[in-house]
Structures are given as structure tokens and as C-alpha cells.
Design a protein around this ligand. Structure first.
Ligand code: AMP
Ligand code: ZN
Length: 436
């Protein structure tokens, strides 16, 4: 397989040279961080008063973690390291709690971030010849503008359509023969169901690739997308605290995501102890941003759970690979005392061929007990089929789920199009238990 590169030299640097870049940039970032009220205090407390106090990469472990709450408490300018005059962009995280966080970029910060996105796009095999339809939400969310800039730098023809208006999305895909999409996996599955409903054939579309991210999804969902649409789907990971998309991206081999280690230092820790875990072991992703001066962030606890691959990738890149995101430390449901991750449920139901493209996890209370209901859409042909068959399908899905999550949920079968659809990040869990 041909392996395309945007910056071959940097992407294939040997480990020693890569770590030298990391240390130089880490020192630079610490100097910038020391200018902020937040890190000024925090670093002083552990005896880091200048970049010279970091002698090697191992000294990163002296630096305390940064959390989402730290960012909230520092709102709006506690982490700003440059004069406001130098800021060219302000983004804000799509937090659901209502307390905002803010991310500042200076001119060169946007430039370096854009370069990572160009690198990520080229790594998937897409090129300047492609037509790129960006279906991610534009605005304060980093996903839209981030990839937009990267795609322009690659020289693709960019359609900045943003999220929503599915009919128009499909018409646009036909009109311009869009070959690459940037989209959440849940919205892409919805697009597919509309393509089917409108009777649009694959040959009427020029689709080849989808860059999917911004929300958790399983390998079975990726496969489903690839089979239904006859395309290749590439996992894209990022978060606004670390600029946005372009922290880690899959290459042409689609076997998990290269973390751009000249731009980020990744650590995987045990969320309970804060200690690093071995490669291959699951833990919480902790990231240090090495390329943003306006707002440095060191050792950010992402709450995302994943593991690092110990073995190198066939593409020849030396930047190590991160597994897909397996869950979040804060999305675990406790159902009558049993721990259940939504990702376990998604993985099982997306494997069932009769299951269509949407599902919802619902939790409420019946008397003293928690009740877990998994609602899945199935294909219309089956929905109109005979009751005994439907009952057997329901039992089969329940059994699949029980084997993974230990408890037996209620399974409801729904007609396609009947469960709520999200045009951005999907909300898969509705928890209606009273909070006490
Ligand atoms: P935001 O800062 O609003 O962009 O949200 C970032 C969060 O979205 C991450 O911390 C992850 O929980 C989630 N996320 C982003 N990309 C992915 C991905 N490829 N797979 C799973 N979750 C993702
Ligand atoms: Zn690779």
C-alpha cells in the first residue's frame, strides 16, 4: 500500500530526535505557562520556577495535573499567557454543565495546529484532488474550523456546510461529487438512512472516505459505516483543550490513531492513583500541549479511557498509536450496583445485522430498583415482519447484552427514524433516575 506523508521527516523521526523536540518544546511551554496566574502558582508550589528546572522528559511527572475544573475556575483569563492583542481566535468547549471554558490561540498557534490537520488528512490517503464536505458544526466547537483550515492547507475543495439539514447535505454530495466527509459517526449513520430512504444509489455519490470523530464509537460502528456506504472511515481524536481535532488520527492502515508526538506528550495513567500504566494497559489519557503559546496546558486529564500500542505501525511513522476511546471515566453508569459503560452496549448492538443505525440507552427507576432500557432501531422490512421473529430478535439482543454487561436490560425495537437524531455529538444516554 502506498503510504502518503505531509511531513515525512517529522513523521518518521527516530525516537531520540522526537524526544529531543518534545523536551525543547516542553521547556518552552513551561516558560509560557509560568507567565499565567494559574501555572505561576501551581508550578512554583512544586519547585519549577523556570524551564531550566526540567532536566529531562521524566521531570514532566513533577508537574501537577490540570483538570476541567481548573479551567472553569480560571475562566476567563487565568490561563492566558499572551497579551489579548496577540490572540486571533477564541474557542469554547462544548461542556454540558453550563460552566464555560475558553481556549485562546495566537496566530502561530493556529498555524501549527492547521499543519497537524493537513498532516492528518494526508495520512488517510486523501489529497488536494478531493472534494471535502465538512459536516461538523462550525462555531465555538473546534471541530468545524479546525478541519476546515487543514483541508484548505492541503488544497482540497472545501464545502463549509456545517451540521444539519440532511436533505441539503445529500443534494450537495451529489452536486459536487463529494469524496471526503468530516462528520460524527452517529450523524453519518443517519445520513445513510436518509440516502436509502431517498433511493439515492452509491453510483450517484462519489464518496470515498469519512473522517469520523468527536464522539465515542466502536469498531463495529466503523465497520457498519464502511459496509453500508462502501467507503473507508478514519478515526479522528482531539479535544478543545489540546487545540481540537488533530491530536491523533488514523493512517491508511486504519489500525488506531497516531498521536502527533512532536505536538503533544501523551501519558496513560491509572485514574485512581495518577500513576502511569504500561503500554497496552487501559487508563486515562493525559495530554500536554507543546504547540500553543497563547494558552499553555500541561498534563491535562482528559477523562478519556484508552491504551497505547506498544508495536510500531506498518506505515513507518514513529509517532505511537492510541487505541480508540473505550469510554470516559465519567460516563460509567451504575445500574443496581453493576458498572456499565455505554461503549459496551454500543459494541454489542452494532454487531447485530438486523439493527439499523440509531439507538438510545434509557435509565430510570421502578420502585427501588434501577431499570435499564436499550432502544434500538431496526430495518423497516423487519419491523413489519411477524411477531414471533421480532420476539426472537429481541431475546437475541438481550442475550448479547447480558453476556457483556452482566445484567439483562429491557430491549425495545423501534422503526428507523423514530429515535431522536443528533446533528453534532449524539446524546446516547438518558438517565431519568432522581438525583439524591
Ligand atoms: P470537545 O472538547 O468538545 O471537542 O470534546 C472532546 C471530547 O470528545 C473528547 O475528550 C472525547 O471524549 C470526545 N471525542 C473526540 N474525538 C473522539 C473520538 N474519535 N472517539 C471518541 N471520543 C472522542
Ligand atoms: Zn500508521
Amino acid at each position: 500500500m502506498e503510504v502518503p506523508f505531509w511531513s515525512r521527516e517529522i513523521e518518521t523521526l527516530d525516537r531520540g530526535a522526537l524526544e529531543k523536540i518534545q523536551l525543547d518544546r516542553l521547556r518552552e511551554m513551561v516558560s509560557w505557562a509560568l507567565k499565567t496566574p494559574f501555572y505561576g502558582k501551581k508550578l512554583e508550589a512544586v519547585g519549577v520556577r523556570s524551564a531550566e528546572d526540567l532536566h529531562g522528559l521524566a521531570d514532566l511527572e513533577r508537574v501537577p495535573f490540570t483538570t476541567k475544573d481548573d479551567l472553569r475556575r480560571s475562566f476567563p483569563k487565568g490561563l492566558l499567557a499572551v497579551d489579548m492583542q496577540e490572540v486571533v481566535r477564541i474557542h469554547s468547549s462544548s461542556g454540558t454543565t453550563g460552566i464555560p471554558t475558553v481556549i485562546y490561540f495566537a496566530h502561530d498557534d493556529v498555524d501549527r495546529w492547521t499543519d497537524l490537520l493537513a498532516r492528518s488528512i494526508i495520512a488517510t490517503g486523501a489529497s488536494s484532488r478531493d472534494i471535502f464536505q465538512n459536516m461538523m458544526t462550525y462555531g465555538l466547537f473546534t471541530g468545524g474550523l479546525g478541519l476546515h483550515y487543514g483541508a484548505e492547507r492541503v488544497g482540497m475543495a472545501v464545502i463549509p456546510i456545517g451540521g444539519g439539514n440532511t436533505k441539503r447535505q445529500i443534494q450537495t454530495m451529489k452536486d459536487f461529487q463529494t469524496s471526503v466527509l468530516h462528520i460524527t459517526p452517529s450523524y453519518l449513520l443517519h445520513i445513510h438512512s436518509q440516502v436509502e430512504a431517498e433511493g439515492v444509489g452509491r453510483d450517484e455519490l462519489g464518496l470515498k472516505r469519512a473522517l469520523i470523530g468527536a464522539e465515542p464509537h466502536s469498531e463495529n460502528t466503523r465497520r457498519k459505516i464502511e459496509d453500508l456506504l462502501g467507503i473507508q472511515a478514519f478515526n479522528s481524536y482531539g479535544l478543545s483543550e489540546l487545540n481540537g481535532p488533530g491530536v491523533a488520527f488514523e493512517c491508511v492502515f486504519r489500525k488506531d490513531m497516531h498521536v502527533w508526538e512532536d505536538a503533544y506528550i501523551i501519558e496513560i495513567i491509572d485514574p485512581a492513583t495518577g500513576q502511569r500504566v504500561e503500554d497496552g494497559q487501559e487508563g486515562e489519557v493525559v495530554l500536554t500541549n507543546l504547540i500553543r503559546r497563547a494558552m499553555p496546558i500541561l498534563r491535562y486529564r482528559t477523562r478519556d479511557l484508552a491504551f497505547m500500542h506498544p508495536e510500531p505501525c506498518a506505515c513507518g511513522r514513529t509517532h505511537r498509536r492510541l487505541s480508540r476511546i473505550l469510554g470516559r471515566t465519567d460516563d460509567m453508569l451504575i445500574i443496581n450496583g453493576v458498572n456499565v459503560f455505554p461503549s459496551q452496549i454500543e459494541e454489542k448492538i452494532m454487531k447485530v445485522p438486523e439493527v439499523a443505525t440509531n439507538y438510545l440507552i434509557h435509565v430510570d427507576k421502578k420502585g427501588a430498583l434501577d431499570r435499564l432500557t436499550v432502544k434500538v432501531e431496526i430495518y423497516p422490512k423487519l419491523f413489519l415482519g411477524d411477531v414471533a421473529k421480532l420476539e426472537a430478535l429481541r431475546a437475541r439482543i438481550r442475550e448479547e447484552l447480558r453476556s457483556s454487561i452482566v445484567i439483562s436490560p429491557i430491549v425495545e425495537l423501534h422503526e428507523p427514524g423514530s429515535l431522536p437524531v443528533s446533528e453534532g455529538k449524539a446524546k446516547r444516554v438518558v438517565d431519568e433516575r432522581p438525583k439524591d
